[in-house]
Design a protein around this ligand. Structure first.
Ligand SMILES: NC(=O)c1ccc[n+]([C@@H]2O[C@H](COP(=O)([O-])OP(=O)(O)OC[C@H]3O[C@@H](n4cnc5c(N)ncnc54)[C@H](OP(=O)(O)O)[C@@H]3O)[C@@H](O)[C@H]2O)c1
Length: 335
């Protein structure tokens, strides 16, 4: 069936300005780290992309190494883009990244100009695109001078291969330095992509202040803690869940009794708010307007519907916020 996007797609999504830039991102963005690889169902991935776009999700996040095998998520996305989304390219913000190991030898990872330029060229080929909207350096490189990595990002924008650049997993002081170099070069840093959730709050210890001071937006990954902050594991590890699958990043042993207990108690609070736990977890990262976009993953169309449903109840009372803090603090003390 030929895909035609819903006319109502912009009716209920919230769009937030990204730092001091002119570009707005949807409050919910979709990442293709899992479930879009070479051995995943093409039809399921395609249904998720269509549903996301129909619900106003305009931002899709990739990286050179997403799959498995590495590169296959960009290939799959490229196919879907050309079969379904060609008329909508100018309504989409597509990002990719380089920095993790992608090919053998000394140039296949980290932050050299050699790696970044070659990797983006490969990504563009895999997706069949002339440019991406955002290109990220995926992780800080302890060996390459920051000036070289930032100059490569600047060059990429000047070459027209990316419209904006960002950094991911950089700590507060590295972020400030990177932002200042980019500013001097004339290519401001658009966005930072750190992890953040009710149980992983490291960005509150300085990074968020740096981002605000430097006028940089933030898109937070794994806001559902890869599924732990949902009802996924309340009844055990389902065979179709990420923890039961091949992901190296969520193993059955990560679904500890302590984490399930946190989820159980938060689930109770979410029910009192009239939300699912996954929805409360997304509302929580978006509270107060410090985060531009919550970057989710999904394995089913219904999870994307759930995520967008969180936008109908974003406010928290101070009692609710205190209860969340107490649940997490108590669990941390017993670990
Ligand atoms: N920059 C970086 O270094 C970095 C690192 C990691 C991720 N990322 C980006 O962030 C994106 C999101 O990461 P993530 O997938 O870990 O995020 P997440 O949103 O924390 O976890 C997504 C997983 O949670 C489960 N889930 C989602 N909605 C649910 C619902 N309503 N009910 C029950 N379970 C639900 C699904 O797992 P099941 O498969 O079990 O259904 C889904 O695959 C990635 O795709 C990538 O773009 C970036």
């Amino acid at each position: 069936m030929v895909y035609e996007a819903l006319a109502s797609r912009y009716d209920s999504m919230i769009y937030n300005r990204c730092g001091n830039s002119g570009v707005k991102l949807p409050a919910i963005s979709l990442g293709l780290w899992h479930n879009f690889g070479g051995s995943d169902s093409y039809e399921n991935g395609r249904a998720m992309l269509r549903k996301a776009f129909d619900l106003g999700i305009t931002h899709f996040d990739l990286a050179n190494n997403y799959g498995p095998p590495p590169g296959s998520a960009e290939e799959m996305f490229g196919k879907m883009l050309h079969s379904d989304f060609r008329p909508y390219r100018d309504e989409m913000i597509i990002s990719t990244k380089a920095g993790y190991r992608m090919w053998p030898g000394p140039y296949g990872e980290w932050g050299s100009k050699k790696n970044l330029i070659a990797s983006l060229d490969q990504s563009l080929k895999r997706m069949g695109l002339e440019y991406v909207d955002i290109f990220y350096h995926h992780r800080p490189d302890p060996d390459t001078p920051l000036e070289e990595t930032m100059a490569a990002l600047d060059l990429i924008v000047r070459q027209g291969k990316a419209l904006y650049v960002g950094i991911s997993n950089y700590k507060p002081e590295e972020t400030r330095k990177a932002a200042q170099i980019l500013k001097r070069l004339g290519t401001p840093c658009l966005i930072h992509q750190p992890n953040y959730s009710m149980i992983n709050r490291w960005i509150e210890g300085g990074l968020q202040d740096v981002l605000e001071e430097e006028g940089i937006g933030s898109i937070v990954f794994s806001p559902l803690e890869k599924g732990i902050l949902t009802d996924r594991y309340l009844q055990g590890i389902a065979p179709d869940s990420r923890a039961a699958g091949q992901s190296k990043f969520l193993r059955p042993e990560d679904i500890s009794e302590a984490r399930v207990e946190i989820a159980r108690q938060l689930n109770q609070l979410a029910a009192e708010r009239g939300q699912k736990l996954s929805q409360m977890a997304l509302a929580w990262v978006l509270r107060g307007g410090r985060v531009t976009s919550a970057l989710i993953g999904a394995s089913k169309v219904s999870q994307i519907e759930d995520a967008v449903g969180s936008l109908y109840h974003l406010e928290f009372t101070s009692e609710e916020l205190t209860r969340i803090d107490e649940i997490i603090m108590k669990a941390n003390q017993s670990l």
